[in-house]
Design a protein around this ligand. Structure first.
Ligand code: PLP
Length: 426
């Protein structure tokens, strides 16, 4: 064996996987089983007491899911990961380990529309209070810190406009406040940005998007960077205090730099229950094998489409960080030098009605609420994903009435441009 560390594309194909020890199967099998036989009573007791690692029940862990967890942890440069049923489930499980009722977390205002809803409504009912900050104004994060702040949440490439967040600057604020920085890396994928290299303590993904990549399976994942000291100041009792359900062990003391991933599994997933089906784990693993190839093509196509739109007379403006004139281009060059992603917005001179008309005329672009598919997708956020927000909040989150969002697929770019040409011109 050479002692060279494997590169990103090699990890995307191999990390976490071995030929199946009993059958020799080379692709990772789908372990479609709910439960696993114990060797004997002592083995069972040690698994339940967290004294040994092993399979018990698929709500807590499954061998197919374990390959996916190891692979994404390797691609993100984390110590461990936990796969769950969806991106939203990942967010609930993460924050449940960090917040007690009455606590606060600071979130960037530019987020996936579903996350804005989840944070504003569902989390409020748990007593977790979101405080919004502006990712373009780092001082707004500093001003939002209070003694009850337990975490900061941002997107690396932010929905819907594809703006680039200054992860290092916000990680400095988090460090000063003594709270972990959580980065939703869904739109970038680790191929474009590895937030842990820039100071993130926890990375979350909707695997539903670019990692799975084919628009066929929901999933989410939590990656533990292993960087945060959970024992400081008694702020994170789930990690630092004795756990009554596990014979009084303290998770940080016992599991060290992967204690957060363990907490998410043995407290969060075990009790809240959003387990990922092994079938979806298999589909997502297969998608990840081609992540580097797909992601580069997504980015190259997105840049060509953005350049075309920027020159079209019906288009008022294009927000794509990969364009040299874009206000996020500097940050894109620093954080995402291989490409600025494939999700971005543009605005139409004809306003709301032009947006609605465009989505109805496009043929190759599918009009639907998803991103990160091999297929090109389009949506008019003001009439759909962001329709619950009032006008001021729509504009603040980058989803004004004249704004159209696209997720550029991996088709031939000439065909995508021809489709836009007929829809904008007609
Ligand atoms: C889709 C998405 C989510 C939510 O993920 P689901 O898998 O749909 O639950 C969270 N964050 C971002 C950036 C997303 O695009």
């Amino acid at each position: 064996m050479s002692d060279r560390l494997p590169g990103f594309s090699t990890l995307a194909v191999h990390a976490g996987a071995q030929p199946d020890p009993t059958t020799g199967a080379r692709a990772t099998p789908i372990y479609q089983t709910t439960s696993f036989v114990f060797n004997d009573a002592d083995h069972a007791a040690s698994l339940f007491g967290l004294q040994a690692f092993g399979n018990i029940y698929t709500r807590i862990g499954n061998p197919t899911n374990a390959v996916l967890e190891e692979r994404v942890a390797a691609l993100e440069g984390g110590t461990a990961a936990l796969a769950v049923a969806s991106g939203h489930a990942a967010q609930v499980v993460v924050l449940q380990q960090l917040l007690q009722p009455g606590d606060e977390f600071i979130a960037a205002r530019k987020l996936y529309g579903g996350s804005i809803n989840q944070f504003t409504h569902a989390f409020k009912s748990f007593g977790w209070n979101v405080v919004w900050a502006d990712p373009d104004d780092i001082a707004s994060f500093e001003r939002a810190v209070t003694p009850r702040t337990k975490a900061i949440f941002i997107e690396s490439i932010a929905n819907p406009a594809g703006s680039i967040t200054d992860i290092e600057a916000i990680s400095t604020v988090a460090r000063k406040a003594g709270v972990p920085l959580i980065v939703d890396n869904t739109l970038a994928s680790p191929y474009l940005i590895r937030p842990i290299d820039h100071g993130a303590d926890i990375v979350v993904h909707s695997l539903t998007k670019f990692l799975g990549g084919h628009g066929n399976s929901l999933g989410g994942i939590i990656v533990d960077a292993g960087t945060f000291d959970w024992s400081t100041g008694g702020k994170y009792p789930m990690l630092s205090e004795p756990r009554p359900e596990y014979h009084g062990i303290r998770l940080q003391e016992t599991f060290g730099n992967f204690a957060f991933a363990i907490a998410c599994r043995v407290l969060g997933l075990r009790d809240l229950g959003p387990a990922l089906s092994p079938f979806n784990a298999f589909m997502i693993l297969t998608g990840i094998e081609t992540l580097p190839l797909r992601m580069q093509k997504h980015c190259d196509n997105a840049k060509a489409v953005a350049e075309y739109l920027a020159g079209h007379p019906a288009v008022a403006s294009v927000s794509y960080a990969g364009l040299p004139s874009d206000k996020y281009n500097q940050l894109a060059r620093k954080y995402a030098p291989k490409g600025a992603g494939a999700v971005f917005t543009f605005s139409l001179k004809g306003g709301y009605d032009a947006g609605v008309s465009l989505v109805s005329k496009l043929q190759l672009f599918s009009h639907l609420a998803n991103v990160g598919d091999t297929r090109s997708l389009v949506i008019h956020p003001a009439s759909t994903t962001h329709s619950q927000l009032d006008d001021a909040a729509k504009i603040k989150s980058g989803a004004g009435p004249d704004v159209v969002r696209i997720s550029v697929g991996i088709e031939d770019k000439e065909d995508l441009i021809a489709d836009l040409e007929q829809a904008l011109g007609a």
